[in-house]
Design a binder for this molecule. Structure first.
Ligand code: KIV
Ligand code: ZN
Length: 526
């Protein structure tokens, strides 16, 4: 059974569901860079955030709606008037490309225990919300949350009512990742057969699958074969808990297995996939597993001699996709310390970054510093510098001086001097201290804690070489809990890994202090 139109819409929710991943929160500049890249990737819809949730989310959705042209821009809303009005206001700059996405839980367990509402009340609220959203925009999506665990007859009733009220997309979420492919496909088939608007193309079925059982992509593909025409997914599969269906896996399954998914096509520019993956990983601080399909470092690495031999004779013996088709292997000649500002600016533009003059000046200064320490400056080094610039929050604290002694016969000791920003530059204050730790990194971080009067609990620490060679920049990503349960990510890069660790920790401290100033209205997230 097939729907009339075989064009599959790719709805990217990296900036909404993806950002719900603990410690993945991004600032406005980071979100904007990701959204611009999603534009280059040519996704059909960008879910840019949940506008009512905080001033920051509202501003991000509004800015993306203003600046990212091409995809439809949507904001999430509960079936509550102020959520819907906030979403409408935020997506307004997108004009006809603005969508409002409203959701309400429909399963028995959510009705009884979470909402305390009976079926008719759910239908009344859904209809009222869709109508209110339609008062603002023509493009309204409705999601019956926990749809896959909702009684099919009630699910059909709710979806019918939402379509009658004006919804043009009905998204069936497998909110807790409980579904299995055949069963989920059958549910989508039943919906498609029961609702004439899906058959006539007046409304489309979308799916939103979570990966708790590792089945999000399989469930999404099964849904396509049963009438769904929009897939909600995220770059690298990031998202709540075990994440969402991974965009790159869905898109490449459709492309690589075009023989099986006959006729289906999507508009994604697959050559932008690796770049998107790397950007999202850096911006969110969520490291991509090496063996992750399509975008992991090992996805196209063949170590067995038999495989290597086969590949050399004919690539297709062991490779089902051409790595170039997803954007691997596009690195250009590295820059050197002799490259001037114009060369660096041109390379930044080539890499897709839209930088102000002030940004370029700051990046160029750091570029010169690492150019003195490294023979070559690779694209990855440059991207790390850009990201350092983008992720920068006001620097309440900055590193002025660091020295560490460590070894197998000495107690690790760090001496740290920090600069505390004042109202004016001349008011900046320098303070210093020294301390011991269980290793050089621990000694440096403990000393920073004492100086800044913060007490962070380090929950995660990872280090990677940004580019090639023994002189490569080391990039440290850390996740810190400063006591209010919210994880803060910090990043720092340097040719010295202890300095990179101290910079990453200070970045987390500054982000924590900055977040405290940006008081936000707390709304429970879906
Ligand atoms: O997982 C879910 O149910 C959601 C909805 C808001 C679509 O994210
Ligand atoms: Zn979700």
């Amino acid at each position: 059974m097939k729907a009339k139109n075989d064009r599959i819409l790719i709805f990217d929710t990296t900036l909404r569901d993806g950002e719900q991943c603990p410690g993945a929160s991004m600032n406005l500049r980071e979100k904007l860079e990701v959204a611009r890249q999603l534009g280059r990737l040519k996704v059909d819809v960008i879910e840019a955030g949940f506008p009512v949730i905080s001033k920051g989310d509202f501003e991000a959705v509004q800015t993306i709606a203003k600046q990212v042209k091409g995809p439809i821009i949507t904001g999430l809303a509960r079936c509550v008037s102020r959520d819907i009005d906030a979403a409408a206001e935020a997506v307004k700059p997108a004009g006809k490309k603005g969508r409002i996405h409203v959701f309400l839980a429909t399963s028995k367990i959510h009705r009884e225990y979470k909402l305390g509402k009976v079926e008719d009340e759910i239908i009344r609220l859904a209809v009222q919300a869709v109508k209110r959203a339609r008062g603002h925009v023509k493009d309204v999506e409705f999601s019956p949350e926990d749809g896959s665990r909702t009684e099919p007859d009630f699910l059909i009733r709710v979806c019918r009512a939402a379509i009658d009220a004006g919804a043009t997309t009905i998204n069936i979420p497998d909110t807790v990742g409980f579904a299995v492919p055949d069963e989920f496909g059958a549910l989508i088939h039943q919906l498609y057969e029961s609702i004439p608007e899906f058959q006539s193309g007046k409304a489309i079925i979308s799916v939103h699958c979570h990966n708790d059982l590792g089945l999000a992509v399989a469930n999404s593909l099964s849904a396509l074969r049963n009438g769904a025409r929009q897939i909600e997914c995220t770059v690298n599969g990031i998202g709540e808990r075990a994440g969402n269906a991974s965009l790159e896996e869905v898109v490449m399954a459709l492309k690589t297995r075009g023989d099986f998914f006959k006729g289906f096509n999507c508009g994604v520019n697959t050559r932008e996939i690796v770049k998107s993956s790397k950007l999202v990983s850096r911006m969110s601080g969520l490291v991509v597993q090496r063996s992750k399909a399509i975008v992991g470092e090992n996805a196209f690495a063949h170590s067995s001699g038999i495989h290597q031999d086969g590949i050399l004779k004919k690539r297709e013996t062991y490779e089902i996709m051409d790595p170039h088709d997803v954007g691997w292997g596009q690195t250009q000649l590295p820059l050197t310390k002799h490259s001037g500002r114009a060369a660096v600016t041109a390379r930044l533009k080539h890499l897709g970054f839209k930088m102000t003059d002030a940004d370029v000046t700051a990046i160029f200064a750091k570029y010169k510093e690492i150019g003195d320490k490294k023979k070559f400056v690779y694209d990855e080094d440059l991207i790390a510098l850009v990201e350092g610039q983008i992720t920068e929050v006001p620097e309440t604290w900055s590193l002025d001086y660091l020295t560490v002694t460590s070894g197998n016969h000495t107690l690790p000791t760090a001496t740290v001097r920090l600069r505390k920003a004042g109202q004016n530059k001349k008011d900046a204050e320098l303070i210093q201290d020294a301390g011991l730790g269980d290793g050089p990194v621990d000694a440096a971080l403990k000393t920073i804690d004492r100086l800044t009067k913060t007490r962070g609990k380090l929950l995660d620490y990872s280090i990677r070489a940004v580019s090639q060679g023994k002189d490569a920049l080391g990039e440290v990503t850390i996740k810190v809990n400063f006591g209010k349960g919210k994880l803060v990510t910090g990043r720092g890069a340097s040719t010295d890994i202890i300095e990179a660790s101290a910079l990453a920790y200070l970045n987390a401290v500054n982000r924590h202090l900055w977040a405290g100033k940006q008081s936000s209205e707390a709304v429970p997230q879906p």
